[in-house]
Design a protein around this ligand. Structure first.
Ligand code: CA
Length: 440
């Protein structure tokens, strides 16, 4: 049993799918992340699936075989569709029932699917043979700025005397992002054009961004939201969140620098945001939740509506890697750029959701909220190149001898995230990957 009492998190659980029992794997039976897939090369419409080891379990086929009888999804096949939104709208008790049922079906001692060769052949597909699509139809996307280390580093580059603005420790700062350009891992990212002013004294010019960057963030999807005019409280917030993905908030720093005042990010961020294809549920992450770190004695008190109410800091380890075109041509593996931990965030996901709805702003199933760049106190835990190279003043040397201040065409950025703790099964997010292709 895990500390929250869900038997689906029991580290002793084993699956009859052997690849799921690898202790170093991302997708053990305790994870069961959901995605949307089609068989590569087939004309079949996309469907909802769950990752288990190196296989994807087609939940629509399972539904058709009657395997969800007695659960809240029994009356309608919400998995025969190209996005998780309908399922997200059903709420936490439905999510947990489905998770419990899938866990039972995949346990080593449950014969239903294990011993039904015909059903197994239609319901299981090797992940290597499928194409993963956007898991959710994202209605609205909001990006926060919740790492105090990131905010302090970036602030000190632009305002050395006053890196943190007075509101920072009072509320989770965010901006409304662009949902239409959120793309799934693997899709290429075209270098954007923009209006730039490389020299402060010169006239602005229009052309391809020269200072292209990534930002390692974690994002989460809301389920049943709130009506306009209603609020979500801290007590309710965690149960309204279905699960999380890795987010790469690609950023054109030169565009950003010229455009951001007074209304914040706009074209510098709207050309592409990549997400990992598997949505890891908060139920799967529960063994890795802990109380937020106490604020320092010099920090102002948190106003009541944002006061922590439980374990909503999540220990997720993050890694960013880079592989240049030359590295690929020479058969070199991606090189690690940084390692961070999501538990280092100043604001937690329930505080982000609560603050966002505190005006009565309505959330809908499938809205995405992202954390902002995850950076820690250590230099090697900084979650973007702007910080790692300190605005390009300390270039990174690749194993080919190439140098990077920002991203070049042909660079592939790979982000990975996973949770590990004694007494719990390892939970992985898979990866979020994108290649920079030249401006057009
Ligand atoms: Ca961001």
């Amino acid at each position: 049993m895990s500390k929250n009492g869900y038997p689906t998190n029991d580290p002793e659980l084993r699956s009859w799918i052997e690849s799921a029992n690898n202790p170093a794997g991302d997708f053990p039976i305790q994870n069961l992340p959901m995605g949307v897939f089609s068989k590569t090369g087939s004309e079949d419409p996309p469907r909802v699936c769950v990752a288990i080891g190196d296989q994807a379990l087609d939940l629509s086929e399972c539904w058709s075989a009657g395997l969800f009888a007695g659960t809240p999804v029994e009356s309608e096949n919400v998995f025969e569709t190209s996005a998780l939104n309908e399922f997200l709208a059903m709420g936490h008790s439905a999510w947990s029932s489905v998770r419990q049922r899938v866990s039972t079906l995949l346990r080593h001692d449950t014969p239903t699917l294990r011993d039904d060769a015909e059903l197994r052949a239609t319901a299981l597909n090797p992940i290597a043979d499928i194409t993963l699509h956007m898991p959710v139809r994202i209605g609205d996307y909001t990006d926060f700025y919740a790492s105090i280390h990131h905010a302090t580093n970036v602030g000190s580059m632009f305002r050395p005397d006053n890196p943190l603005l007075p509101n920072y420790k009072r509320l989770p700062v965010g901006y409304h992002g662009r949902a239409s350009s959120v793309i799934v891992s693997g899709e290429p990212v075209r270098r954007p054009h923009g209006q730039l002013r490389p020299d402060e004294s010169a006239e602005p010019v229009f052309g391809p961004s020269r200072l292209l960057d990534y930002e390692f963030e974690m994002g989460f999807f809301t389920g049943p939201g709130n009506e306009i005019g209603e609020r979500i409280s801290m007590d309710e917030a965690m149960s309204r969140i279905f699960g999380m993905v890795i987010v790469n908030d690609w950023s054109a720093r030169d565009v950003q620098k010229w455009e951001y005042q007074p209304l914040g990010p706009f074209n510098a961020k709207n050309f592409a945001t990549s997400i990992s294809p598997w949505v890891v549920s908060l139920d799967a992450l529960s063994p890795f939740m802990e109380a937020p770190k106490p604020r320092g004695p010099e920090d102002p008190p948190v106003l009541d509506y944002l006061k922590p109410v439980g374990e909503s800091a999540i220990a997720i380890r993050l890694e960013t890697l880079i592989q240049s075109k030359q590295m690929r041509e020479r058969g070199m593996d991606p090189m690690i750029l940084s390692r961070g931990d999501f538990r280092d965030m100043y604001w937690t996901i329930d505080q982000m959701l609560t603050h966002h709805t505190s005006t009565g702003c309505n959330m809908r199933p499938g809205d995405m909220l992202a954390s902002g760049t995850v950076s820690g106190a250590a230099e090697d835990s900084r979650g973007c190149m702007l910080e790692l190279t300190w605005r390009g003043s300390r270039p990174i040397r690749l194993p080919t001898g190439e140098e990077r201040k920002f991203l070049e065409d042909g660079d592939v950025v790979v982000m990975r995230a996973y949770c590990e703790r004694d007494g719990a099964a390892r939970i992985g997010f898979g990866e979020c990957r994108g290649e920079i292709v030249p401006a057009k």
